[in-house]
Design a binder for this molecule. Structure first.
Ligand SMILES: Nc1ncnc2c1ncn2[C@@H]1O[C@H](COP(=O)(O)OP(=O)(O)OP(=O)(O)O)[C@@H](O)[C@H]1O
Ligand SMILES: O=P(O)(O)OC[C@H]1O[C@H](OP(=O)(O)OP(=O)(O)O)[C@H](O)[C@@H]1O
Ligand SMILES: [Mg+2]
Length: 391
């Protein structure tokens, strides 16, 4: 066996790697349990026997560092939920608008672990982290699946050169006759749960995995792996290291998500109400971020006639149709409406097309304003959450 073999874990050809995560969670929770004077429940394999520790505050985990940290604070600020942290090395903070919430800054993977152990109730992390460290645990519930930052994909990549020059898909890779039980495909990854699972699901037989915490893109050129499985966003790091993605090689599309512990939502007083408020604020802000408010004046004989003209244009239907109000002025001693003001929301992407369509139907004085929030009667995600909770 070559020198690197000992660092690799057999995957598809034998079995999934040992569940080191479960082991470490159970240890952590046990320590927590023993040192907590409030603890009245027992720990079984890293989980309490169906109960949660009692405490008054709702604990919200935010990334303490890395690329998710700043964007998460920005999102909360944009939703009028600014986090007040006395100094950057202090790991606990407050959100004055949510008096029952305690923010805890943690590394993303620890946020998922602590949601599972009951030490946090809510958190923001990438979907990749929830999937890798949550391992499909039913206690984790994705409350909002698209916070619109941290976009990346977990993707398999291979060298552009040498034996891989003509390999462009997962199927091509799987069919290479050189992978055998004695010389399996060597994949370097930090995703030691999702990686083997993906290979098994896709029928790749002879594969072994090694792990490293960063700069994985160097592994093929260093001769310590044939392929890597890592996060890709712009693709620059792959390109700069002479690697390429392959068709069928994307394991997961990821972005920041709001995730909660099912047990906390059901059992902890105030957790569901607080989650509802955070979800509503996120939804209202994110919905508004895609839209502009457009106002324009139009000559017309009645509000209905103006509305009919507006609705004849595909980009002008707004969220619920146009608001049409008469512009009243005095003519020959009488108050009359020759003009109507219309207000609609248009997707930012369709802005110029909307202006052109407005002009085509006689619109003038077109004003465009940014929107801060759009609150609907009820958010579809709230309904989904209640149904996932069986409520
Ligand atoms: N290149 C990227 N572009 C966009 N989002 C990314 C990118 N890389 C990672 N992410 C997202 O940001 C999250 C945090 O990544 P980050 O690099 O900040 O921390 P990490 O590498 O997981 O942490 P650590 O440095 O502690 O190992 C990832 O889980 C993923 O969801
Ligand atoms: O497609 P790109 O835009 O080039 O981004 C991809 C890189 O970003 C992440 O690394 P990160 O910068 O987080 O460094 P790390 O390896 O230290 O986590 C990821 O692990 C890739 O290496
Ligand atoms: Mg990183």
């Amino acid at each position: 066996m070559s020198q690197f073999s000992s660092a690799f874990t057999a995957a598809s050809s034998v079995s999934l790697p040992p569940p080191s995560f479960n082991v470490s969670v159970s240890k952590r929770s046990f320590i927590y349990c023993c040192s907590s004077s409030q603890s009245r429940t027992t720990v079984v394999n890293g989980k309490f026997d169906g109960k949660i520790f009692e405490r008054d505050e709702i604990r919200f985990g935010l990334p303490s560092k890395g690329r998710m940290a700043g964007d998460s604070l920005d999102l909360l600020k944009d939703c009028q939920l600014s986090v007040k942290q006395v100094n950057p090395r202090q790991y606990v903070a407050q959100i004055p608008q949510l008096s029952n919430v305690e923010v805890w800054f943690q590394r993303p993977k620890d946020i998922v672990r602590k949601l599972l152990s009951g030490d946090l109730d809510l958190g923001i992390v990438g979907l990749d982290t929830v999937s890798e460290y949550g391992r499909g645990d039913e206690d984790l519930i994705i409350v909002h699946d698209a916070l619109k930052y941290g976009d990346c994909r977990l993707s398999l990549a291979i060298p552009k050169y040498g034996i891989f020059e003509n390999i462009n898909s997962l199927k091509d890779l799987a069919q290479m006759p050189r992978w055998t039980i004695d010389r399996p495909l060597r994949v370097a990854t930090g995703f030691t749960y999702l990686g083997p699972k993906f290979m098994q699901e896709n029928g790749l037989k002879h594969v072994i995995f090694s792990t490293a915490d960063g700069a994985l893109e160097a592994a093929p050129a260093m001769g310590i792996a044939d392929a890597i499985l890592d996060l890709v966003s712009s693709g620059t790091t792959l390109r700069e290291n002479n690697l390429k993605e392959i068709e069928g090689g994307v394991v997961l599309e990821s972005q920041a998500v709001l995730v909660a512990s099912r047990k906390a939502l059901i059992q902890r007083k105030g957790a569901l109400d607080t989650t509802h408020e955070i979800l509503e604020r996120f939804e209202a802000h994110l919905r508004a971020a895609d839209q502009f408010m457009v106002t324009a004046n139009m000559r017309g004989s009645s509000a209905k006639e103006v509305a009919e003209r507006v609705l004849s244009q595909p980009s002008l239907s707004g969220l619920q149709g146009p608001t049409v109000s008469p512009v009243l002025c005095k003519r020959d001693g009488k108050v009359a409406a020759d003009y109507y003001a219309i207000v609609i929301c248009v997707p930012k992407k369709a802005l110029y097309k909307s202006v052109q369509q407005l002009r085509a139907i006689g619109g003038s004085g077109v004003l465009i304003s940014p929107l801060t929030y759009i609150f609907d009667e009820e958010t579809p995600r709230w309904r989904e959450l209640l149904s996932k909770l069986g409520l």
